[in-house]
Design a protein. Structure first.
Length: 267
């Protein structure tokens, strides 16, 4: 148990760093590590992937909320890119969360892998993600992007327990925003997914004994250890946002997605 807690603390620190720098909220870091531990423990009764996704979503509430608060003073949280798409993301999150609780364990895992792989390929192939001209003017979100796109982002993100940054960051990049602004916006846009998903997962594990260390599918011990590592890391990392060159920031984002893809496939 001590080794497990130590590992979770370390990955919690990493999730805090990625929350601020990439808007991940922790999902791509926490899902693989919680999944690996759940496979070797009693969580197999609940479903290791369901526990990993639910725990990741619960951690995301705190991480994304803390990072959003830290970004408020930077001026990067532009209202025209937050509203009304955040409301449609919340709508999609309701649909995706309920669908995830009924999904087969293996289906959930391979959808997660496919989601990561397609995102990486799209970001590399599509112009404007890795390289952005300094004179690029940000473009407004269209009506279809806001409504249908927002609902789709919420549904996919809550279904896989990954917040939504993998969809919102590329979206904001295609609209011409710098990486610092795109990743900053990803945190408040992840909040409806995290809050709604956590509420659903907390009460969804009916008919299965989850034990005192669980709230529904959520592993409270793992979530606590991850947060003990992530919150101090968020407080420190917020000081360096905006100092990283835009191209390097984008490449690092894709590299981290690749690492998460490898981790979940191997585990």
């Amino acid at each position: 148990m001590l080794i497990e807690i130590s590992v979770l603390l370390g990955f919690g620190c990493l999730s805090g760093v990625t929350t601020v720098l990439f808007g991940f909220g922790g999902g791509f870091i926490t899902v693989p590590v919680v999944y690996a531990f759940a496979l070797a423990g009693p969580d197999t009764a609940l479903g290791a992937m369901h526990v990993a996704v639910a725990t990741s979503t619960a951690v995301m509430v705190v991480n994304a909320g803390s990072a959003t608060f830290a970004q408020l003073r930077t001026g990067r949280l532009r209202r025209d890119y937050l509203w009304p798409i955040i409301a449609f993301i919340g709508l999609g999150a309701v649909l995706g969360s309920f669908a995830a609780t009924a999904a087969d364990e293996s289906v959930l895992r391979w959808l997660f892998v496919t989601y990561l792989a397609l995102t990486i390929v799209d970001s590399v192939v599509r112009k404007g993600f890795v390289s952005r001209r300094d004179d690029t003017r940000p473009r407004a979100l269209g009506g279809i992007t806001t409504t249908a796109g927002g609902t789709g982002i919420g549904a996919v993100a809550s279904f896989l327990g990954v917040g939504g940054s993998v969809l919102t960051v590329p979206l904001m990049r295609r609209k011409g925003l710098p990486m610092a602004d795109a990743t900053a916006l990803a945190n408040p846009l992840s909040l409806p997914v995290a809050v709604i998903g956590t509420a659903v997962y907390a009460f969804a594990a009916t008919g299965v004994s989850s034990g005192a260390s669980h709230l529904g599918y959520i592993d409270l011990v793992a979530a606590g250890a991850l947060l003990c590592g992530s919150l101090p890391a968020i407080a420190v990392t917020r000081r360096v946002v905006g100092r990283i060159p835009d191209r390097a920031h984008a490449i690092a984002y894709l590299a981290l997605l690749g690492a998460a893809l490898v981790a979940i496939v191997v585990s």
